[in-house]
Ligand binder design. Structure first.
Ligand code: SF4
Length: 352
């Protein structure tokens, strides 16, 4: 619909934020920004984007990097599978496409970590191909303007929104159109209390005229949140500390934390020290408790973690047989390892 597209592009030209990844047609840099900005606010992502672009100016630089370095640079951004996929995909582009980012939508879409949205964003922003983006901002704008009540997290809803987004796309200006609708969702059509009186779409907006802004868009499922109780064992022995490389399918794969005892419920300090898990862990090792932190609450998309940190001086280092993933390192070297935000927060607080 020309009218819709003209309005949003005119609005975008006047109101857009000047962001570094918008001033380039380099598909690699656009891809980098898109992966960083998934589930991340622009102000937080900016610092990471600049850091990555400086450290790895081309896809080949990223492909050649050590995985530990990539993970360390990503530290604090969360959703670490994004960093792992980013690195794996850089290697594929380097090997299979001679370091040149593919320009066909289907090739881009086939890369690891790139879904429909990211493939459409790269195709349109870097190569001016007519693929419509549909992200959270776009769902919100379309649901409200066109009064679509299909849940955005249902397969029927997703199809409906994708068809509408494609129909609306200005095929001659796909990059500007896509940027405009996303920016309108981010800056103007906010999730809560948008100021509709100044919106360029208010004369055609269904939700505004029917007072349904708080109802649209519709989501079918409520995310189930699981509570977890972590007891981190910060074991000190003659200037060393034990850290644990996380493996397996749980959160934070390949990052480092401390040896962990997870309990199914929240235990008091006394209850914990009487538990079988603790006794099995510490065995015959003699120890002094330096301190026990107050619980740290850490919220992820599907989990709420309550973590307590036990600082212990041990007579012997941790028995290696307890786990193969534990490393005993010099205390000062801990800064070299990529750790989850929760551990970073704790270490920051401990310094004070
Ligand atoms: S009029 Fe309000 S609800 Fe409609 S698109 Fe604009 S900001 Fe969103």
């Amino acid at each position: 619909m020309k009218h819709f597209s003209e309005k949003i592009i005119a609005w975008y030209d006047k109101n857009k934020r000047d962001l570094p990844w918008r001033n380039t047609k380099d598909a690699y840099l656009i891809w980098l920004s898109e992966i960083i900005l998934q589930q991340t606010r622009v102000d937080q992502g900016m610092e990471y984007y600049l850091r990555f672009a400086k450290e790895f100016p081309t896809v080949k630089h990223l492909a050649k990097a050590e995985n530990e370095k990539v993970m360390k640079l990503w530290q604090g951004l969360g959703y670490y599978s994004r960093a792992r996929n980013l690195h794996a995909t850089a290697k594929i582009i380097s090997e299979n496409y001679k370091g040149k980012f593919p320009d066909e939508y289907t090739d881009i879409r086939s890369l690891k970590g790139i879904g429909d949205y990211t493939a459409a964003a790269i195709s349109s922003f870097a190569f001016d191909k007519a693929h419509a983006v549909v992200d959270g901002n776009v769902y919100r704008v379309l649901a409200r303007v066109f009064g679509i009540e299909s849940p955005i997290d249902s397969s029927q809803g997703k199809k409906e929104f994708a068809i509408l987004a494609t129909e609306l796309l200005d095929k001659k200006k796909p990059a500007a159109h896509n940027q405009a609708i996303m920016e309108l969702g981010a800056l103007q059509c906010k999730p809560v209390n948008p100021d509709c009186s100044v919106c360029v779409l208010n004369t055609m907006c269904f939700a505004y005229s029917k007072k349904l802004i708080n109802v649209l868009p519709v989501k079918a499922k409520k995310t189930k949140v699981r509570n977890r109780y972590f007891n981190y064992m910060v074991l000190h022995h003659k200037g060393t500390v034990s850290i644990n490389k996380r493996t397996g399918k749980d959160i934070w794969t390949n990052l480092y934390d401390f040896p962990l005892i997870e309990t199914t419920t929240e235990l008091s300090e006394d209850e914990f020290l009487r538990s079988k898990q603790w006794k099995g862990f510490i065995g015959k090792n003699k120890f002094i408790i330096r301190s026990v932190s107050t619980p740290f609450k850490h919220i992820l998309s599907h989990q709420k973690i309550y973590a307590r940190f036990w600082e212990l001086d041990c007579e012997k280092p941790l028995d290696k047989f307890l786990t193969k993933t534990v490393l005993i390192i010099k205390e000062k070297d801990i800064q070299k390892y990529a750790v989850p935000r929760l551990i970073e927060n704790y270490m920051e607080k401990r310094k004070k």
